[in-house]
Ligand binder design. Structure first.
Ligand SMILES: [Zn+2]
Ligand SMILES: [Zn+2]
Ligand SMILES: [Zn+2]
Ligand SMILES: [Zn+2]
Ligand SMILES: [Zn+2]
Length: 153
């Protein structure tokens, strides 16, 4: 009867962080170790940093996978260097349409789509591998040091 109660009480007491004193219970057979209650004997717990996903949101692109194009400052257009964006030039005193940009004053930026380029840090996925668990999603249980067992004595 005492044994049965102990088997039930001991893991609960350990889970609550209560120090179990076995002194004076010499007649009761206490096992050397029990299954670790923190990791349920697996020796691993979910990585708290990435919540078990193995990846975290990329903070370079705020998780969107895309960042502002540095060539056009996110405008999607690059100013024509020939006419300084005006769309016309002076040819012998006559104002003529700029032949380089055909009067538009700017070009569509070739480096991006709508002023955005894909994030090189996360490869456009918007997620980065968790550095704490190296993308595994789980880390070694610190309570049992990865053994899955809690020593009782
Ligand atoms: Zn651009
Ligand atoms: Zn031009
Ligand atoms: Zn990114
Ligand atoms: Zn992680
Ligand atoms: Zn453990």
């Amino acid at each position: 009867m005492i044994k049965r109660i102990l088997n039930w009480v001991l893991p609960v007491a350990l889970a609550l962080g209560v120090v179990w004193v076995t002194a004076g219970a010499a007649e009761v057979v206490v096992p050397d170790s029990i299954t670790c209650v923190y990791c349920d004997g697996s020796g691993e717990v979910k990585c708290a940093y990435c919540v078990g996903n193995g990846t975290v949101r990329c903070n370079y692109c705020d998780g969107t996978g895309r960042v502002t194009c540095t060539f056009c400052n996110g405008t999607g257009r690059i100013r024509c260097a020939e006419c300084f964006g005006k769309g016309y030039i002076y040819d012998g005193g006559n104002r003529v349409k700029c032949p380089t940009c055909k009067g538009a004053g700017s070009f569509t930026c070739d480096y991006c789509v709508d002023g955005k380029i894909y994030c090189e840090m996360c490869g456009g996925s918007g997620r980065l591998k968790c550095v704490i668990c190296d993308g595994y999603g789980r880390v070694r249980c610190a309570v049992c040091d990865g053994t899955g067992k809690m020593k009782l004595r």
